[in-house]
Design a protein around this ligand. Sequence first.
Ligand SMILES: Cc1cc2nc3c(=O)[nH]c(=O)nc-3n(C[C@H](O)[C@H](O)[C@H](O)COP(=O)(O)O)c2cc1C
Length: 323
Amino acid sequence: MKTRITELLGIEYPIVQGGMQWVGYAGLASAVSNAGGLGILTGLTQPTPEDLTREIARCREMTDRPFGVNLTILPTIKPVPYDEYAQAIAESGVKIVETAGRNPERFMAGFKAAGIKVIHKCTSLRHSQKAQAIGCDVVSVDGFECAGHPGEDDIPNFVLLPIVASSLSVPLLASGGIATGRQMVAAMALGADGINMGTRFVATREAPVHDNVKKALVDADERQTVLMFRTLKNTVRVFRNRVSVKVLSIEAKPGETRFSELEHLVSGTRGRDEVLLGGDIDNGIWTAGVVAGLIDDIPCCAALIREIMEDAADCLRERLPTC
Ligand SMILES: Cc1cc2nc3c(=O)[nH]c(=O)nc-3n(C[C@H](O)[C@H](O)[C@H](O)COP(=O)(O)O)c2cc1C
């Protein structure tokens, strides 16, 4: 299939695996790229810029196809040396970067000088327009459905995507809530040139997380997420469990929420060690989207991408036969 995304990124299918903290290692990214999509390593999952350089080299040994690196610019408990991570990416020879969170403008000159195409993930029209204006090559439109940070406007992609599409000229990825080929067809009808998925790729054989996490996604319905940190204006969609419900109860108390009250519950390393690696799905915060309601199996990435493409073709044949 050819779209502006496949052409620009040099991939076979317009399917991207978004950056995922503690999940986006070389094993998963290379599996997605080898299957014809675009795999993305998560920069900050690597403890230092030097580790990221090594992980990029490892990924290159596992695939000869294009892959990208995610750089997420968000408030963190520990300060992050962003400039050093950006420099490691630029020097690594990787040609695709996915940025997310804050405006990536300060890194654009370095990325462009290294011949890098920048995909910026946005949750609003105004941020999408800004991303195009500062030279981003692709905007990934992350609707309210998405796992992780949906922003504060709460606009799902059925509305956000066509609004952004009618305003921008750069290629668009539809992100958030997608797991099937018929959703990909719908996203393209709304103006996307491809799709970006996170949660769906967590429930694959190659995702480096405990089987209990993958099973929890299969068992979950679409109501199994919550929105934390609304009171801090840094909303994040995570799996509904004992810890995330506890966070909500603290946030619901009268008065201002202090992050220090939540810190021990929400630390990323607790989510990584207890849940993603340990398999105790109730004992830490872990990111997941409402799309869990559409996940019924744990395929390998190649089978998943094949199935999405077949489902898209079936959808066009069955639902839109005269198109
Ligand atoms: C486990 C997990 C971790 C994530 N971590 C990040 C991250 O570090 N940086 C980022 O930009 N997006 C992150 N995301 C968001 C994804 O890249 C993607 O935008 C989102 O998952 C799309 O929504 P979906 O899960 O409904 O497909 C994460 C998503 C998941 C499921």
